[in-house]
Design a protein around this ligand. Structure first.
Ligand code: NAD
Ligand code: MG
Length: 401
């Protein structure tokens, strides 16, 4: 099978770095803050033209005062006046409310969107950016889990590039540069295994959110940290990879690699395997996506093979971490099932964080919701939105939210 990576322009040759104006959606989050670290370190290459946050207005204000964007958006309108009072005199446009995200995404004041909002909320602004002809640095994996076919078709139609920021997908993308005529046999997504690697249900049943938030190798936002502890994150990433790289489910393998040094691998039809490696640091895939097709220097700590112990590989325990099995089933069946699963997962994670349900109960909520919501084989975008809303309502009713 031939793969068409034309939407991602993997044939591009290095060129003089062009100055890029970044529309940073989700600037107050883990990816958002690290994106600003990269911009701060490379003021000759990048600027932040748009900053958006959900509710952390204090951080949004201090980011805006430092980076002087053209526009800031706060989706929770409560803080609109406070922000406006400070930023108006600086000539920064302040907007509020969910719809303002799409309005900002359609503005001709930036070159690349860094899609760093968490969850389903990232989908609409990202679609708006694509339809406005912007390239996307994609951290928000849920966008592809919910409506990957719609997103990738629109990206191809608008001839824009989606450069993955998720470390595994960045690794695969980097392995594929220069290989666009060479068929992929399979990809191997590595997974750290999260904080509960090797644990069994009798332990997991008592796990509290404080334990689940302790990821061994990465410091991340709350939702992805919980997803990593349940292995749902790896399930979402399988679906993300399917759409990004146009793969069949059978071509996507997950391997537990607790050291997080190999970020993922591609096996080609000649049986050659390429891996992308390095110390775990999200700033690397972030700056790679922003600088692509170039690589830019940095002073991040270097990996030393001689000082590192062993790199190990094991199969995932999908009998214990059933969320991964559910995600595999959703990927195999397709249609609106990944969208439904994602919505139920967002509600389940929220409920777990609020101490409304136990660690293993999250899987029950997701499974019941996947069974309940009507299956649609080829949903329209509107049907994806409806499936998301129905799934949220049903899973919330299961835990009395
Ligand atoms: P986070 O929770 O730290 O930050 C989320 C950002 O989105 C914040 O700026 C917040 O204000 C904004 N936001 C939250 N809800 C919103 C809403 N309803 N409307 C508008 N904005 C909203 O999350 P994060 O860890 O930075 O992750 C962001 C995305 O990147 C996720 O999709 C995650 O899966 C993905 N990702 C993160 C990492 C990581 O290391 N953190 C790695 C790979 C992929
Ligand atoms: Mg990842």
């Amino acid at each position: 099978m031939e793969f068409d990576f034309s939407h991602s322009d993997l044939s591009a040759t290095p060129e003089k770095q062009v100055f890029k104006r970044i529309g940073l959606f989700g600037s107050t989050g883990s990816i958002g803050k690290q994106t600003l670290d990269v911009i701060r370190a490379n003021p000759d290459k990048f600027a932040a033209s748009i900053l958006t946050a959900h509710s952390n207005h204090e951080l949004l204000i201090s980011q805006a005062l430092e980076f002087n964007p053209r526009v800031v958006v706060i989706t929770d309108p409560t803080h609109y006046q406070t922000i406006k009072q400070v930023l108006d005199p600086k000539g920064i446009i302040v907007m509020a409310g969910e719809e303002s995200l799409e309005e900002a995404a359609s503005m001709d004041i930036y070159d690349m969107m860094m899609a760093a909002i968490v969850g389903f909320a990232g989908l609409k602004p990202t679609l708006k950016a694509i339809s406005s002809g912007k390239d996307i640095g994609l951290a928000n994996k849920e966008t592809l889990v919910v409506a990957g076919d719609v997103v990738m078709a629109l990206a191809a139609e608008k001839k824009i590039s989606i450069i993955p920021v998720d470390s595994e997908h960045s690794a695969i993308f980097q392995c594929l540069v220069g290989e666009n005529h060479n068929p992929v046999e399979k990809i191997i997504l590595t997974a750290s295994g999260g904080p509960f690697l090797g644990r069994k249900p009798n332990f997991l049943v008592n796990v509290k959110r404080e334990h689940a938030l302790q990821h061994p190798n990465w410091t991340m936002g709350v939702k992805i940290s919980i997803d990593s502890s349940t292995l749902m994150n790896k399930g979402l990433e399988m679906i993300e990879a399917k759409w990004l790289f146009d793969l069949e489910p059978a071509q996507i393998e997950v391997v537990i690699h607790p050291q997080s040094i190999i970020h993922s691998m591609v096996q080609f039809k000649d049986n050659s395997i390429k891996a992308q490696m390095g110390l775990p640091d999200m700033k690397l895939p972030i700056q790679y996506a922003m600088a692509y097709p170039n690589r830019i220097g940095n002073d991040f700590p270097r990996f030393n093979f001689l000082k590192s112990a062993t790199l190990t590989f094991d199969p995932p325990d999908i009998k214990t971490f059933r969320n991964l099995a559910l995600a595999m089933a959703a990927m195999n069946k397709g249609g609106n099932l990944p969208c439904v699963m994602n919505a139920a997962n967002e509600i389940a994670v929220y409920g777990f964080m609020k101490n409304r349900l136990g660690f293993l109960d999250m899987t029950e909520v997701i499974e019941k919701t996947m069974d309940k919501i009507a299956f649609i084989q080829n949903p329209t975008l509107t049907e994806y939105y409806e499936s998301d809303a129905d799934a949220r309502e049903y899973s919330a009713s299961l835990i009395n939210l």
